[in-house]
Design a protein around this ligand. Structure first.
Ligand SMILES: NC(=O)C1=CN([C@@H]2O[C@H](COP(=O)(O)OP(=O)(O)OC[C@H]3O[C@@H](n4cnc5c(N)ncnc54)[C@H](O)[C@@H]3O)[C@@H](O)[C@H]2O)[C@@H](O)CC1
Ligand SMILES: [K+]
Length: 484
């Protein structure tokens, strides 16, 4: 499990550790790790031009001491001092090693740029001259190594309020920061390298976690000798309408490919015909009225893709939500719930899977605000609505009212195409039906969906149906595909 922490959590742990060590120890550990990554990236250090962007805090101190180490190995090291004050001991050490102070024009001829403008101490948008330096560094041809956090990215949320460095590598000290895993910040970090400065034992429970392949392999249900189609989990899918038939086909497809023992599809005539012809494996009930009475027993429901938002859909949603099994609500189901919050009054668990626009409709928050601070809005919605929230987007996050938010890093921008959300609801629904909690079903579902998207795309456009087709390959990639 990858873990990440807010700036305050990191400061708290650093405080305890620092009190036990001689002054300056942590910064030397940080600078040593940073210099090693820079040297790796340069290949040969001797004679290469390294430009340090140095802010007024300890982030600048890390950069100066790393510059000193590289200068001692024969690099040309020039520091651009951006702040009204500078880490004096760091600057003296750099000078002693042969480094110098330069102006921003040195960026053009740099072989490597070290961004030590601001780290976890940043507040708000970068001020001048920091903002201009960040932009000039981005425009230069040299790769940028960001110290701790790319300057301009909020370490605790991933928020970017103005100019921000776009790094090739981010060398983060002690522990990963939340803002490095959540967009828009995550898109600025490049590769994240962690330098161990001994903080581990002093860290609290993480703010954010990300499942690894092994975590997902451990959580995914696998059929055993005792399994039959009923015990493996039966998923009900209430989706599709005479107007929108494809959503039903895609949600059922995602569910079948993700290992549901059986999928019971319930809908009106047109999607019933489509689902039957695409998926003879599904057990289909054609609904003449909005009732699930004749559908048979299920262990979880997917409610909403392509369902419509009229009275018929509302009545069907109310029936599904009156059941005593977990329900995943997506798409039109979310619109129905936004218009009638009373539908959420139930004791069995609810997982909602909105994108930012759908969450805005549900909570009244501004869509752009949600995009800018996905974590905070997903958490707040989970607490307000009493549900598990899977917020879709460039970084998909899964939040409950308490505990760490799980972020998913497997996605690809090729997935932003019509119908992929319907497939995701089928995958996560199938995992719910197999007995996973909303939290695990959502985060494993997002992981598999992202990976299936990557496998389907291979760097080219994909369709939602391709994603569903690739889900077994994604599961094989995660579990090692051992035959059992
Ligand atoms: N505290 C520690 O034990 C360690 C800290 N380390 C480094 O120290 C950093 C934290 O240092 P600081 O607490 O000094 O904070 P930072 O260096 O991250 O930033 C604080 C400085 O930036 C300025 N600043 C804040 N927001 C700004 C904005 N929007 N535009 C322009 N300037 C802005 C402030 O005026 C202040 O001088 C970490 O990110 C890490 O790089 C590492 O050396 C490891 C050990
Ligand atoms: K930085």
């Amino acid at each position: 499990m990858r873990t990440a922490f807010t700036a305050d959590q990191i400061r708290g742990a650093e405080h305890v550790l620092m009190a036990r060590l001689p002054e300056g120890t942590l910064m030397q550990r940080a600078a040593a790790g940073l210099a090693a990554v820079c040297a790796d990236l340069l290949g040969r250090v001797y004679g290469r031009r390294v430009v340090l962007l140095v802010g007024s805090g300890d982030n600048g101190g890390d950069a100066l001491y790393a510059g000193e180490r590289l200068a001692r190995r024969g690099a040309w090291a020039g520091a651009v001092l951006a702040g009204s004050k500078t880490h004096e001991a760091g600057l003296a050490a750099l000078r002693q090693a042969g480094g110098r102070v330069v102006d921003g024009s040195a960026l053009d001829a740099a072989d490597l740029i070290i961004d030590g403008l601001v780290g976890i101490g940043v507040a708000g948008a970068l001020r001048e001259p920091y903002a201009r330096l960040a932009e000039d560094a981005n425009a230069a041809r040299a790769p940028i190594v960001a110290v701790d956090v790319p300057s301009g990215v909020d370490a605790s949320s991933g928020r970017v309020q103005g100019a921000a460095v776009r790094a090739k590598v981010t060398v983060t000290m002690g522990a990963c920061k939340t803002g490095l895993l959540v967009d828009p910040g995550a898109s600025r970090t490049g590769t994240v390298e962690l330098v161990d400065i001994g903080l581990g034992p002093y860290l609290p429970d993480p703010d954010v976690t990300a499942l690894t392949r092994d975590d997902v392999a451990g959580l995914l249900p696998r059929p055993g000798n005792e399994s039959d189609k009923y015990r493996r989990g039966v998923l009900g899918v209430a989706a599709g309408s005479d107007l929108f038939t494809g959503a039903a086909v895609l949600a059922v497809g995602g569910a079948l490919r993700a290992g549901a023992g059986m999928v019971r599809y319930a809908g009106p005539g047109a999607p019933v015909t489509q689902v039957r012809s695409h998926w003879p494996e599904a057990v289909v009930t054609e609904l003449r009225r909005p009732s699930i009475e004749d559908v048979g027993r299920v262990q979880a429901w997917v409610l909403g893709p392509g369902l419509g938002t009229g009275d018929w859909a509302h009545e069907l949603a109310a029936e599904v939500l009156a059941s005593d099994v977990p329900v995943l609500i997506d798409a039109d189901g979310l619109t129905l719930v936004a218009g009638d919050r009373g539908l959420l009054r139930r004791t069995a668990p609810v997982l909602i899977t909105p994108h930012a626009g759908e969450l805005a409709r549900l909570t009244g928050a501004d869509r752009a605000d949600i995009e800018a601070d996905r974590l905070a809005h997903a958490r707040a919605a989970a607490a307000e609505l009493g549900v598990t929230v899977l917020l879709k987007g460039s970084t998909t996050v899964v939040a409950e009212s308490a505990g760490p938010v799980r972020v998913n890093a497997t996605g690809t921008s090729w997935l932003s195409t019509g119908g992929t959300g319907d497939v995701l609801s089928g995958i996560a629904g199938a995992l719910l039906a197999q007995g996973l909690s909303c939290y695990d079903a959502a985060s494993c579902g997002a992981y598999l969906h992202g990976l299936a998207g990557r496998l389907a795309a291979e760097g080219a456009p994909l369709t939602a149906a391709d994603v569903a087709t690739s889900v077994p390959a994604a599961i094989r990639a995660v579990t090692g595909g051992h035959v059992r």
